[in-house]
Ligand binder design. Structure first.
Ligand SMILES: [Mn+2]
Length: 388
């Protein structure tokens, strides 16, 4: 028998996005994570998936608000297929965890009867598959949470006609998340030792924790987060998808990446070659974002030199984009270098001897790498803008 499922992880619902100052924009990002869960209904229709797996970190923290729990349950309930979840390091299980709390239990029952939280390392036998969950019951699990599966796979009482799926959350690189223990020894937390799993007895390993979508081997994938939540970390990190996985017992999985993210976290590096290149930057941003500033976050790195007039125009351009975008993160390394004409216009103002005198003193200080020189350049830019 063959099974089509969706594999996703790291929703981190309730993520605070504390680095954003504007409250409405923070809510925009928080809300989008939830909307993207609801939008999976369309993916389920298109793919005819009959199961959804969330490989950990559904919530951002074990202490999310009750409102976050309610909206998560409502969104999951709207999906109308069984949703199987393991707790990850952000929303780990264990005594008194959010999963055990009465409020969560009640909301799950009323809003999301299709939600199944797997808190025990034991096989889950479904009509269409067998799940081998590796829930995290504390934030840093010192042992390999999948260790129990090595034996369990060989249990002769398990039906052998349906695909076997491992569901786990953590790192597969031993050096990836080294923790210092109380006794000063270093150990690796939440380390999934893939090489110890009998891969020939498994049909698919659904992993969570790494936010980019990543294939590890023919049967093992990180789905990545459904809704991108950080600026790009290298070319190989590619978040914002859900995976459509088609499984037949004993055959290699067929996996398709389906783009799902709404928010676009983009990076743009730009070097000003002359004052006219400011228009080029403006055009680049327009082309990248168009009228969808409410969906874009841009990490903008600026280098090069600009004259006083162009530097002031850059300031007003950045002011605009700061408002338009959900977030403008700036890496500003532009040097202000007044042109000869600009210097002359400020220092030879016979009608304003005071302005000329101040400008002359500032011009004398603008050269070099010191903080004083940088302040003098900014002061000159402001003086120039005031005289315009
Ligand atoms: Mn995680």
């Amino acid at each position: 028998m063959s099974l089509t499922l969706l594999h996703t992880a790291d929703w981190q619902l309730g993520k605070p996005f504390g680095s954003l100052q504007d409250e409405a924009k923070r809510h925009r990002l928080q809300d989008q994570r939830l909307r993207t869960v609801r939008a999976m209904a369309a993916t389920i229709d298109q793919t005819q998936a009959s199961l959804l797996l969330v490989a950990g970190d559904l919530f951002d923290s074990p202490h999310v608000t009750k409102a976050t729990i309610s909206s998560a349950c409502a969104a999951i309930g709207s999906l109308r297929i069984p949703v199987f979840v393991i707790p990850g390091n952000h929303d780990h299980g264990g005594p008194d965890s959010l999963w055990e709390q009465e409020f969560f239990q009640r909301e799950k029952q009323e809003l999301a009867p299709n939600l199944h939280v797997l808190l025990t390392p034991t096989p889950v036998i479904l009509d269409s598959a067998i799940l081998f969950p590796a829930p995290l019951l504390r934030r840093h699990e010192p042992g390999d949470p999948t260790a129990w599966i090595r034996q369990a796979l060989h249990d002769p009482s398990l039906p052998d006609d349906r695909p076997r799926i491992v569901l786990a959350h953590g790192t597969i690189q031993g050096f990836g998340s080294v923790q210092e223990e109380d006794d000063g020894l270093l150990s690796v937390a939440n380390w999934i030792d893939l090489s110890s799993l009998p891969i020939e007895a498994i049909d698919y390993i659904a992993l969570g924790d790494w936010h980019g979508t990543k294939q590890i081997n023919a049967k093992t994938w990180y789905s990545g987060t459904h809704e991108t939540d950080r600026f790009p970390k290298g070319e190989t990190n590619d978040p914002g998808h859900v995976l459509r996985v088609t499984l037949t017992r004993g055959q290699l999985p067929v996996v398709e990446k389906i783009p799902r993210t709404t928010c676009q976290w983009k990076q743009l590096a730009f070097r000003f070659s002359d004052d006219a290149s400011l228009d080029l930057l403006s055009a680049r941003l327009d082309a990248m974002v168009a009228t969808r500033g409410d969906q874009h976050l841009v990490l903008l790195s600026l280098e090069g030199t600009l004259g006083l007039e162009a530097a002031a125009r850059l300031e007003s351009l950045l002011e605009t984009w700061k408002e338009r975008l959900v977030r403008l993160k700036l890496d500003q390394r532009v040097t202000i270098a007044p042109s000869e004409d600009e210097v002359a216009a400020l220092t030879r103002r016979t009608e304003d001897p005071l302005i000329s005198s101040v400008a002359t003193q500032l011009v004398a200080k603008i050269h070099g790498d010191t903080e004083e020189a940088a302040i003098a350049r900014l002061a000159l830019r402001e003086l120039h803008a005031a005289m315009a």
